[in-house]
Design a protein around this ligand. Structure first.
Ligand code: PMP
Length: 360
């Protein structure tokens, strides 16, 4: 068996220990004589899996009782609709546009009410986070929306926007559980799990209780109502059982690594290795304003498209996979999520140095 260093933006690298454990339990989960994939979602064994997953997530983040945790389907993109459908009582919401994912969420919200773009960094190809200390937040906004870590562009909000008392909704798909967070600053924190937590398809929404009501937009499908999922503890219908089981294992892995403080230290160390190299390199350079750099997604370029393509190709041959930048921006991007080991980044930088030596 040989595993590569996988720098994919998502689906992405998962902890090897988790994959091994899942493999060991594949045919017979803890003496049940069946795989978790084959198990009733109403069985005692599964009930324990989902309850433990929720309890571990609550412990990791420190989620108080007045927040509900929901394991949902349809990836993060389904939340682009679910959020306005459930929250747009006044049919007004403010969006901060820091990349394609925020833009998609903004466009989706326009289907349901008046969505305002109150800030944007599109003028500089989303290479920075706009100043959000004094934005023209709408008087009657039902919420202010951000994409906290911009997977494609490699930017991250280091301070949350001043929402002037309005509910903050954040897509944390690509920074989920990468560092400690104060959940009480958010009305909704949600994300697809396929970057830091588990297999694609599952989305996790952590929603403040007062936002979970029957008062949703007319026509909101049952499956898109937070209340249905909250009341039924994510078991209204058949949930993505196997995906949630893997998420649960990743939560336990993060706990065993020392929790979110330890994750942050581990992620800062890895990111520093790469950013420090980029800052002194004569060939490669980062594309993001320094103070807004993500710990998770690191885009970089040589300034020459042919050389970029050559780098991606040679890196692949050397066992570094998925370094090609997003199709909308080009260049390279190394996604270094929680499960990427330090040596993966060290070896990548050594390879970049070697490439620089040969191609300057
Ligand atoms: N938000 C962010 C920040 C993302 O990076 C992605 C996927 N790359 C999405 C939303 C969309 O997620 P999904 O494919 O699960 O709908």
């Amino acid at each position: 068996m040989s595993r590569v260093y996988n720098f994919s933006a998502g689906p992405a690298v998962l902890p090897e220990a988790v994959l091994k454990e899942a493999a060991e339990e594949m045919l017979d989960y803890k003496g049940t004589g069946m795989s978790v994939m084959e198990m009733s979602h109403r069985s005692k064994a599964y009930e324990e899996i989902i309850n433990e997953a929720e309890a571990d997530l609550r412990e990791l983040i420190g989620i108080p009782d007045h927040y509900k945790v929901m394991f949902l389907q349809g990836g993060a993109s389904t939340q682009f609709a679910m959020i306005p459908m459930n929250l747009m009582k006044n049919k007004v919401a403010d969006y901060i546009i820091t990349g394609q994912w925020a833009k998609k969420a903004f466009k989706e919200a326009q289907l349901y009410g008046k969505a305002n773009a109150i800030a944007s960094s599109e003028d500089k190809v989303f290479s920075y986070i706009p100043d959000c200390s004094d934005l023209p937040v709408s008087e009657d906004a039902d919420y202010v929306y951000i994409c906290e870590n911009n997977t494609i562009y490699g930017t991250k909000f280091k301070t949350l926007p001043n929402t002037k008392g309005k509910t903050l909704v954040a897509d944390v798909s690509s920074c989920f559980l990468s560092e400690p967070v104060d959940i009480t600053k958010y009305g909704i924190m949600y994300g697809g799990v396929q970057k830091n937590i588990g297999p694609a398809g599952v989305a996790i929404a952590i929603v403040r209780e007062d936002l979970i009501t029957e008062d949703v937009l007319p026509g909101t499908p049952t499956m898109l109502r937070y209340k249905i999922h909250a009341d039924n503890k994510s078991l209204y219908n058949t949930p993505p059982c196997y995906g949630i089981y893997i998420c649960g294992k990743v939560f336990k892995w993060i706990k065993s690594m020392g929790g979110l403080e330890a994750m942050k230290a581990h992620n800062e160390k890895k990111a520093a290795i790469l950013y420090d190299f980029l800052d002194q390199s004569k060939l490669f350079k980062g594309t993001v304003r320094k103070e807004d750099r993500s710990l998770m997604n690191v885009p970089f370029i040589t300034g020459n498209e042919e050389l970029d393509a050559k780098f991606v190709k040679e890196a692949k041959a050397a066992g570094f996979e998925n370094l090609k930048g997003h199709r909308s921006v080009g260049g390279m991007r190394a996604s270094i999520y929680n499960a990427m080991p330090i040596e993966g980044v060290e070896k990548l930088v050594a390879f970049m140095k070697e490439f620089e030596g040969k191609n300057l």
